[in-house]
Design a protein around this ligand. Structure first.
Ligand SMILES: *Cc1c(COP(=O)(O)O)cnc(C)c1O
Length: 391
């Protein structure tokens, strides 16, 4: 059993044709802002049923761009879940706005609509919804709770290929204005680093695209003055260099073609895990039955009652690692981070997030895993937990 290769909690799946796609673009005319970026944006928009997609350098930049397109600034508040990757909150701070943390469900880690209703106030300009692990938040109720003057951004970095009410996440309409994605190697498809924003309202592209390109506009129809010549461009706002390269985009197009197969595999592996945990008291999949349909399974998280087994999460992770099984925790509550503590955040105000965090463990899940790998992981977890009980 120890001869089996180490199973990380996640990893990319790069195949020969992905390598060829990257190699082709390397010897082409354009390494950046070229046709591969256009092709990736078109393919992504089609894949998620959005009107248009804007590719950027990573998922953090995608969130930053969406917040900038809303015109967020000092004095504005953005409601974000207490459980997510830090970028979900940081994007408000980049613009001087303040994230307001919302508590989450103790089992799923997903933002509770009641919290949005409780926290919203006159300064609330946006709510960022995270589909944690690929399981959809209750967007319809969050949309209602947020009120008419508040925009919804879906941080869909875990949810490429997820479906909510039968529609793909990323289509945005009717509940959100923006969906943001990451193509970091642990996500559904890999571009090395990479990200994108998708929208239903095509006019938002005019705000998103200059933001990734120094605030520069070249489209003659959008210049403030007639162009004196073909060299002319205008910087109309303050943007960044958040461009995606054609090297990344070519990999993205190739990977996107495999998304259906990757998702099917993730879902099949998750079903297998779910079935195997059914007779293990003290271990509960984070994604409940009601959220499994349409879940994109970026992660396979379980809630473990470590006390009941007389062990700790640190011991279990170490023991699993020694047995060739990687695991991770998604996530440390953002209000616990020193940066946000220094800004006045207090994790004791988030009992749901604390309970979720105390029990969560993400187990290996990636498309190249075999069915037997799931059995191996469950077997090892059961053994490690049983050892905790009999010291
Ligand atoms: C990965 C991730 C991000 C940020 O993406 P990067 O590409 O790493 O910048 C943001 N939010 C969530 C929920 C993520 O998982």
């Amino acid at each position: 059993m120890n001869d089996a290769p180490f199973l990380p909690y996640s990893r990319q799946c790069i195949e020969a044709d992905d390598v060829e796609a990257v190699t082709r673009v390397l010897t082409s005319e354009r390494l950046t802002t070229g046709p591969a970026v256009d092709a990736f944006e078109a393919a992504l928009a089609a894949s998620v049923g959005a009107t248009t997609a804007v590719a950027v350098s990573n998922g953090t930049a995608a969130l930053h761009a969406a917040c900038a397109a809303l015109g967020l600034g000092p004095g504005d508040e953005v409601i974000v879940p207490a459980i997510s990757f830090v970028a979900t909150a940081n994007c408000a701070r980049y613009l001087g706005a303040e994230p307001v943390f919302a508590d989450v469900d103790a089992r799923t880690g997903i933002m509770r609509p009641e919290e949005v209703a409780r926290l919203r106030g006159p300064r609330t300009k946006a709510v960022i919804v995270v589909h944690l692990g690929g399981a959809c938040a209750d967007l319809a109720r969050i949309r209602d709770a947020a009120g008419a003057n508040c925009a919804i951004i879906e941080d869909a970095c875990h949810a490429l290929g997820a479906r909510y009410q039968g529609r793909p996440v990323g289509a945005c309409a009717p509940y959100s204005s923006f969906a943001t994605f990451s193509f970091h190697p642990v996500k559904h498809i890999a571009t090395g680093e990479g990200g994108a924003i998708t929208v239903a309202d095509a006019s938002l592209r005019d705000r998103l695209a200059p933001f990734r390109d120094g605030g520069i506009v070249r489209d003659p129809a959008r210049l403030t003055e007639p162009a004196p010549g073909p060299w002319y461009y205008e910087q109309q706002s303050l943007g960044h260099n958040f461009r995606m390269t054609d090297i990344q985009a070519a990999l993205g197009v190739s990977q996107l073609g495999k998304l259906g197969r990757f998702l099917e595999r993730r879902r099949a592996l998750a079903r297998r895990y779910d079935a195997l945990w059914a007779d293990v008291p003290g271990v509960t999949p984070c994604v409940p039955e009601a959220l499994r349909e349409g879940c994109a399974y970026h992660l396979y998280g379980v809630q473990i009652e470590f006390d009941r087994f007389g062990t700790s999460r640190a011991q279990v992770m170490d023991a699993l690692r020694a047995r060739g099984v990687g695991s991770q925790v998604h996530y440390i509550p953002i209000p616990m981070q020193p940066y946000y503590r220094a800004r006045g955040a207090d994790v004791s105000a988030f009992p749901g997030a604390q309970r979720y965090y105390a029990g969560e463990l993400s187990l290996p899940l990636f498309p190249a895993m075999a069915d037997a790998d799931v059995e191996r992981v469950v077997h090892q977890v059961r053994e490690v937990l049983a050892e905790g009980r009999s010291p």
